[in-house]
Every structure is written in structure tokens, then in C-alpha cells.
Design a protein around this ligand. Structure first.
Ligand code: GUN
Ligand code: ZN
Length: 650
């Protein structure tokens, strides 16, 4: 289900969009919880939009239903008329009130019909709120009812439907709930977590989300009920949460608490100006603290909402830049409980692996924990596999600095005899020298780089001595460079495509280095035809001619996306490949990788860079699955392949 489209992504997190009758929602988005009674709104929705840029809100259809004057307005003018807001409005169903107050008078069918009558853009099924403490039997029974109601709601409603994901603390139930919701819902709303959120039980929260995550369909937006505190947004987004709903901005305001992404500050504790946003320009918080109760609450709520909106903006920027893990790590310092939550997230690396990209532009440590990010764990495991299959004796060479161009410093005596596989000490442990430009090692910016003296760099005196000695009796280009290049070419192909492809292709390839930086830049055949461009991330990406050679070496389906007949002419002409036209995708591919695009008879159409993970392509009806980077159809492209150069090395 769902019409969700991914535009950009960082791991599970996505910049996406989906359409509603009142316009698109761009995600991640904050849906502030708005009370349906205008008298009880500290910030009216229209003001949220005008002054804070809020595009969509959520309100309670149940409160409207049970309050006759509100209901009369909503039935006459719709929920948009009641809220005086013409953007997307999602409505909740009353499940939370049922949980909080013991019962609701409304039936599940009636509340769905009511949400339809008042013109809700996204209606929510009346689910059964399951506590984290609920035993398995009772949670399973409640889930069965929730699903029954969801099926009913789906058949009764044409418009967008949010299906809650319940199951309490039981991983099997969360998984089942997520899978069933995905078949029915346009929005998958992970629920039953407010107590965990309120009591700062973030590791449990993470366990519940991690259990559901692999079963949440990619074609629907994911909502997390009660993600109110801005310090939690980055962590939630890490798990691919697209919609945050916040009543926290108002709840905390009632208690006089200011929300910041770095934590909570009681307004009465303020003695100094801590904030210089436009609201504080109008009236500093120290002054707000002294205003009459009603005004004080209203101004704090506005401030809290601003802090939340700004944090969503930072999350969006981090996704675009590929730095969301970094942001989540920084936010984890807001509270030890947040840190415990992130630690729990690291215990589920397999949840992240299918969507962790092949490379990112940057890797910045925020602390030793950064070395346990799922992408690092995956890299280390792949290095171990690679090392295990590499022939020749291995031994660490402790004095080689990170950059292969410093290889000149290897003493001549070590270069003789059988092939030696050099290992370089790196912040992530020993890594074969030829892999040290790959993400996350290549762009790795660690604390050690700046400590004195850095541990993984040679003490400069030794390095200089070695360099002087080498300069005297060793010519890098003559004695070593060709060997080294041959080995690096083979290693990169081995890393990307496995040892058979490396053995088959490498002997016919020539690596060309940038004169300026010494990095590999292209792989060419002996006639000088460029077949691969090597990015600054050291990944060799085939052009069309390269793909033609590669396809014969890679057994059927490997590294391929099979394109549906309807889309073949478009892909051949260089247009993006849309998810709904992918017939099959090699499940070992991850976002950012270059795949061979073939038709059903395995004829090559082009090369595409993955935006989506293979399992997402199967689930999504909208959006680009891969951007075509080289294709057969156009002579210009063939020409461009010969002249194109990757962006200049930094
Ligand atoms: N609001 C907060 N938690 C929940 C939940 O689990 N279900 C619904 N429908 N609304 C909620
Ligand atoms: Zn401020």
C-alpha cells in the first residue's frame, strides 16, 4: 500500500513525499498535535504554518466526535473548517484516550466513517493500545482485534489510512503487526510506545521499533506516535520514521519546560538568555517566565514547537548530507537514557545493513562508539572475509601511514619475494592497504588524527628518515608503482565483485592514476579505452563499455536489475529506472552501488546507480529505483564515456 516516494536517503532514513487531498507531505515531517477546540490551542494551526512553516497537523477525531459543539462544526465545515487550516490533516482515532481513560464510547467502524465524513486526509484505525508490560497472550489477542478492525477500515475507506502497529514488547507480534499493517496502510503508525517515551525507556523503545522495522513496507510513510521531544527525532529517523507527532510541545509547556534538541530546561531555572531565535527576540525567555500563566504557557508552547521544527530541519539536512548517524550520536548526549537507546540501536546492525549505502562523503567520529556504527561492523566483517580469501602470508606493517602513496616508505627488503599483503593500522583496526581509500576508512575523520602523537601515523622522525633513505636508493615509479597498481586494480574488483571476476578481468585492465594525487582514476583496457571510473571513494564504477565486459564475468542475476519490457526503451535512452519497472534485483546490492541494467533476456541496457535497496524496489509503486549513469541508446553517451572524467580529486 501507499504512495510514498523516496527522493533522497541516508540508510533507513529518507527524504520522501506522499500526496494527500490537501497537498503533499514532505518527510520527515513534524505533525504537531492540535486540539480540535480552538480555545485549547496554544498555537493555532494557521499560525504554525505562517510563522513556523508547519505544513501538516494531527488532531483527535474522537475528541471531535464526543464533543457536540465541535462535532457540529466538523460535520458542517469539515475538520479543516474546524481547525481553520487548509493543509493536510491527519486524525487519530481515540485509541490513546481509551488507553488513558479506560474506555471510549465509539465503535471502530463508526469512528472510521466519522473521519471520512469530516474530510480527514489521513484517517486512523481505532487500534487497541498495548502496554509494554502486556503479556504475550493478551497482546496477541489485542493485536488480532486491531488487525480485524484495520481490514474492515481498509474496505470501508478509499482515502489514506493509517494502520497502527502494536504488539507491545513482543518482537514476534511487532513483526506480525508491521507486516499486516503494511498490506493495508498508507501510513504505518508505530504505537503503544508513549509510556516508554514518557519514562525515558529508550532501549525498550528501540527494541520495539527494531522488531517491527524489517517488516514495515517501504511504500508507506512510517509514523511514530508520541515522538514529541526533539532530542528523539534523529534516533527515530535513524529507523526510518518519516512522521513525528508532537503534543510534547504543549504538555511540557504546561509544566513550564523548554524543549531543546540538547534536552529539557525548566524555564524557572533560567537566569540568562539561552536562545536568540526570533521568538526570543520578541520577548526573552527570562521575561516569558514572569508572564501570567496563560500567556506563559502559550509562549513556551510556541517556543517548543519552534525548537521541534528546527530539529526536523536538521534531521532533513543530515539525511541529505549522509550524516544522520553523527547527528543521532550527538543527540544521544542530551540524556544518558538517549545514549542507552542509541547503544541498543547498535545491537541491531542487521536492521540497518540492507539500506546502509556503499559509501558516504564523510565519516566523522563523535566518540569511540562511532566505531560500532552498523556500516563499520559490516565493513570489518567484509574485510575479514576478503583477508581470509587473499593468498599469501599476512602480517601487519605498523609503520605505514594511511595513504597508499606513502608506500614508498616500505623498506626495500620487505618488497622482495612472494606476494605480501600489507595491512595498515587504522582507527578501525588493521585493513589491507589497498582497501584504505574505501568508505568508511577513506573519508574517516577520527579523534586519533588530531591527538598527539597520532597512533596510526608513523612518528614523523621515523617517517622522514625512511623517506630520506628511500629517496636515496628507491625509485617509486620504476620499482614498485606498476606492481602496486596491478594489485590494487585486482583488489578493488575482488572487493566489489568477488575473486572470480577479479581473476577473470584484472589481467586485461590497466589502472591509470591521477598525476596530482596518485589515486587510481580509471581502469582501461590495453587499447586505452576507459571501462571504469574510480571515484574518490575508490569504488570502480563501470561505464557502458565496462558493463559490457563485466556482464560476461558475472553469472546471471548478479549485480543486475532486470527491467520490465515497458521500461526498456526508456532505460536504454538514459532515463531513470522507476521502482515499479524492476522485475528482479540482486538482493546483495545496496543503495549507491552501480548495477547492470538488463532486460528479461539479460541483454545489457545500461548502468544504474541504486537509490533504493532491492527489497524496497519490490514494495514501492512510485519513485526512482536507480539513476541511469550509462546506457546503450545514445551515441553521445558513448562519446561522453570516453571523455568524461570524475570530479577532480580534492
Ligand atoms: N497516540 C499515542 N499512542 C497511540 C497509539 O498507540 N495508537 C493511537 N491510535 N494513537 C496513539
Ligand atoms: Zn528562542
Amino acid at each position: 500500500m501507499g504512495n510514498f516516494e523516496v527522493l533522497e536517503r541516508d540508510g533507513l532514513a529518507r527524504l520522501g513525499r506522499f500526496d494527500t487531498p490537501h497537498g503533499p507531505i514532505e518527510t520527515p515531517a513534524l505533525l504537531p498535535v492540535v486540539h480540535p477546540d480552538p480555545e485549547r490551542q496554544p498555537v493555532p494551526p494557521l499560525e504554525m504554518r505562517r510563522r513556523l512553516g508547519v505544513r501538516a497537523v494531527i488532531t483527535s477525531s474522537y475528541i471531535i466526535w464526543r464533543t457536540p459543539p465541535l462535532r457540529a462544526v466538523a460535520e458542517a465545515e469539515g475538520v479543516h473548517g474546524l481547525l481553520r487550516f487548509d493543509g493536510p490533516v491527519m486524525t487519530d482515532s481515540g485509541a490513546f484516550q481509551q488507553h488513558a481513560y479506560g474506555s471510549v464510547e465509539v465503535g471502530p467502524e463508526e469512528i472510521i466513517a466519522f473521519q471520512g465524513r469530516i474530510g480527514s486526509d489521513i484517517a486512523t484505525v481505532l487500534d487497541i493500545f498495548t502496554e509494554p508490560e502486556t503479556p504475550h497472550d493478551a497482546a496477541a489477542e489485542a493485536l488480532a482485534s486491531t488487525l480485524e478492525r484495520a481490514r474492515h477500515a481498509r474496505s470501508a475507506r478509499d482515502g489514506l489510512l493509517a494502520v497502527p502497529v502494536q504488539g507491545g514488547a513482543h518482537a514476534d507480534l511487532r513483526a506480525r503487526s508491521a507486516a499486516s499493517a503494511s498490506a493495508l496502510g498508507d501510513v504505518l503508525a508505530v504505537g503503544g510506545v508513549v509510556p516508554l517515551m514518557e519514562q525515558y525507556r529508550f532501549p525498550e523503545l528501540v527494541r520495539e521499533i527494531a522488531a517491527a522495522r524489517p517488516f514495515l513496507g517501504s511504500g508507506s510513510a512510517v509514523h511514530l506516535f508520541g515522538t514529541g521531544h526533539p532530542m528523539t527525532f534523529a534516533l527515530a529517523a535513524l529507523f526510518g520514521v518519516d512522521l513525528f507527532d508532537s503534543s510534547a510541545y504543549h504538555k511540557f509547556a504546561r509544566r513550564g519546560s523548554l524543549l531543546f534538541p540538547e534536552g529539557t530546561v525548566p524555564i524557572d531555572d533560567l537566569r540568562d538568555a539561552v536562545c536568540h531565535c526570533f521568538l526570543c527576540g520578541e520577548m526573552p525567555l527570562t521575561e516569558v517566565a514572569r508572564r501570567p500563566a496563560e500567556e506563559r504557557e502559550r509562549r513556551i508552547a510556541f517556543h517548543n514547537l519552534l525548537a521541534s521544527v528546527e530539529e526536523v530541519g536538521r534531521v532533513r539536512r543530515a539525511i541529505r548530507e549522509g550524516t544522520l548517524w553523527e547527528l543521532a550520536e550527538r543527540r544521544a548526549t542530551a540524556h544518558p537514557a538517549m545514549r542507552a537507546g542509541l547503544e541498543e540501536a547498535r545491537r541491531h546492525p542487521e536492521v540497518f545493513w540492507p539500506t546502509e549505502p556503499e559509501s558516504r562523503r564523510a565519516f566523522r567520529e563523535t566518540g569511540p562508539d562511532s566505531r560500532e556504527r552498523p556500516v563499520v561492523v559490516r565493513f570489518r566483517a567484509r574485510v575479514r572475509e576478503y583477508a581470509a580469501r587473499r593468498a599469501g602470508p599476512w602480517r601487519p606493517l605498523s609503520r605505514i601511514p594511511l595513504r597508499p602513496e606513502y608506500l614508498a616508505r616500505v623498506p626495500a627488503s620487505d618488497r622482495s619475494g612472494v606476494e605480501i599483503a600489507w595491512e595498515t593500522p587504522t582507527p578501525l583496526g588493521p585493513v589491507p592497504l589497498e582497501l584504505t581509500e574505501l568508505y568508511p576508512i577513506g573519508p574517516y575523520l577520527g579523534i586519533e588524527e588530531f591527538s598527539n602523537p597520532p597512533r596510526h601515523r608513523p612518528p614523523s622522525a621515523i617517517a622522514e628518515d625512511a623517506a630520506r633513505e628511500l629517496a636515496d636508493n628507491f625509485d617509486l615509479a620504476r620499482d614498485w608503482a606498476d606492481d602496486w597498481t596491478r594489485r590494487q586494480v585486482r583488489s578493488l574488483l575482488d572487493w566489489q565483485y568477488g575473486p572470480e571476476v577479479a581473476a577473470g578481468m584484472a589481467p586485461s585492465l590497466v589502472g591509470e592514476r591521477s598525476r596530482r594525487t596518485g589515486r587510481l582514476r580509471t581502469l582501461e583496457d590495453r587499447a586505452g579505452t576507459v571501462l571504469f571510473h574510480v571515484g574518490t571513494d575508490s569504488v570502480a564504477r563501470p561505464n557502458y563499455r565496462g558493463a559490457e565486459r563485466l556482464v560476461g564475468h558475472l553469472e546471471a542475476t548478479r549485480h543486475r536489475l532486470v527491467v520490465a519490457d515497458d521500461a526498456v526503451p526508456f532505460v536504454r535512452g538514459g532515463r531513470s529506472l522507476f521502482a515499479r519497472f524492476v522485475v528482479h534485483a540482486d538482493p546483495s546490492l545496496v543503495p549507491g552501488m552501480s548495477a547492470l541494467l538488463v532486460d528479461r533476456s539479460d541483454a545489457l541496457l545500461g548502468v544504474g546507480r541504486l537509490v533504493l535497496a532491492p527489497h524496497e524496489m519490490a514494495q514501492m509503486s512510485r519513485g526512482v529505483a536507480a539513476r541511469v549513469t550509462a546506457h546503450a541508446g545514445s551515441p553521445e553517451t558513448a562519446e561522453a564515456d570516453e571523455t568524461a572524467r570524475p570530479p577532480a580529486d580534492p
